[in-house]
Design a binder for this molecule. Structure first.
Ligand SMILES: Nc1ncnc2c1ncn2[C@@H]1O[C@H](COP(=O)(O)OP(=O)(O)O)[C@@H](O)[C@H]1O
Ligand SMILES: [Mg+2]
Length: 281
C-alpha cells in the first residue's frame, strides 16, 4: 500500500550570520490511510519544524532538504500557492493554540465561512448549512448562537473542536494535529482526544499526532516515532516504546511518566483510595 504521507531524509538547517545550524536531521517516516502516527518529543526537539518544512510553512532563513511526499507528490520545492491550496484542503492542520488561529476581530461564523469558501464552490446557503452541521458533529450546541460569537467569547476547548471540525469538513486525506491538547484543560483534553479517536474510527484519514505527552500519544497513535534534538531516536508501537525503547532519552520520558504514576498511586493508597490499575500503566 502506498503511504499517504512520507518523509525521507528530511533535514532543516537554519541560516544565520553566525553560521548554519541543523535543527532537523534525516527524519524519515510514513503514514498510511486510516493510520495514526504519533511524533513524541520534548519541547524544542523539532516536531513542529518537521511538519512546517513539509507543508511549506518555513521562511527563507531555513533550508529544507530531503523529500516529503503527499499522495506520491513531492512537496519540497512545490510552489507556495499550491501548498497553500493543499493546507486546509486535502491536508488539515490543527495547531496547539486555537486562539491564535482565529482573528479576534471577526465573528467565528464568518471565519468558518471564509475558510469553507476558500476551498469549495459552495453557495452562502450551503456554507451556513455545513457550518451548522459541523458544529453539531463536533457536539457544540446552539450552533446559530455560536456562529455569531467572537473567539474570546468561546472556550479554548470549543475553539479547538471548531478547528478540528473545519479541518474535517474538507474531508482531508491527511490530518496533522500539532499538540492539539496542550493549551487546554485536562477535561477538555480528554474530549479532544475522544474526538480524534472518533474521526480515526469513522474515516480513513491518515493522521500525524504531535505531542510531548506520552499518555496522549498512547491513546491515539498506532505507531510512534520519538524525536530528540531533531533526530529520530526510537520508533515502534506504544508497548515497544514503553518496554523496549533503546534510546536513553526515550527511557527518560517513560521513566518520568512512570514516576508520576507511582506518586499518584502511592498518594491514593495513603488516602485509602484504590487506584484504577489501568491508569498506572
Ligand atoms: N524561527 C526559528 N528561529 C530559530 N530557531 C528556531 C525557530 N523555530 C524553531 N527553532 C528551533 O528549532 C528547534 C526545534 O523547534 P520546534 O520544531 O518548534 O520544536 P518542538 O515543536 O518539538 O517543540 C528548537 O531548538 C527551536 O529553538
Ligand atoms: Mg512544536
Amino acid at each position: 500500500m502506498t503511504p499517504i504521507f512520507e518523509l525521507k531524509d528530511l533535514s532543516v538547517m537554519l541560516h544565520s550570520r553566525r553560521g548554519d545550524k541543523p535543527l532537523v536531521q534525516h527524519v524519515s517516516f510514513c503514514v498510511h490511510a486510516g493510520e495514526c502516527l504519533g511524533i513524541l518529543g520534548e519541547s524544542g526537539s523539532g516536531k513542529t519544524l518537521c511538519m512546517k518544512a513539509a507543508m511549506g510553512l518555513l521562511d527563507h532563513s531555513f533550508h529544507v532538504s530531503g523529500s516529503a511526499r503527499f499522495n506520491e507528490e513531492e512537496l519540497i520545492g512545490k510552489s507556495a500557492e499550491s501548498l497553500r491550496r493543499l493546507r486546509g484542503g486535502k491536508v488539515g492542520i490543527i495547531l496547539q493554540n486555537p486562539m491564535t488561529c482565529f482573528d479576534p476581530l471577526y465573528r467565528v461564523g464568518s471565519q468558518i465561512a471564509e475558510t469553507f469558501a476558500a476551498h469549495n464552490a459552495w453557495s452562502a446557503e450551503e456554507i451556513r448549512k455545513r457550518s451548522l452541521a459541523m458544529l453539531e458533529t463536533m457536539r457544540i450546541h446552539n450552533g446559530k448562537d455560536v456562529l455569531q460569537k467572537y473567539p474570546h467569547q468561546l472556550s479554548g476547548g470549543m475553539l479547538q473542536r471548531i478547528m478540528i471540525g473545519i479541518a474535517m469538513t474538507m474531508a482531508p486525506d491527511l490530518l496533522i494535529a500539532d499538540e492539539p491538547t496542550t493549551a487546554i484543560d485536562a477535561i477538555t483534553q480528554y474530549e479532544i482526544l475522544e474526538e480524534i479517536l472518533r474521526i480515526k474510527r469513522k474515516k480513513k484519514t491518515a493522521m500525524v499526532f504531535i505531542t510531548h505527552d506520552l499518555s496522549a500519544v498512547s491513546r491515539v497513535a498506532d505507531r510512534i516515532v520519538v524525536l530528540n534534538h531533531g533526530k529520530i531516536v526510537d520508533e515502534g508501537d506504544f508497548s515497544h516504546i514503553l518496554h523496549h525503547a533503546k534510546d536513553p532519552y526515550t527511557r527518560l520520558l517513560v521513566e518520568k511518566r512512570a514516576d508520576v504514576m507511582r506518586r499518584y498511586v502511592s498518594t491514593l493508597a495513603e488516602k485509602g483510595e484504590l487506584p484504577c490499575l489501568s491508569c498506572a500503566m
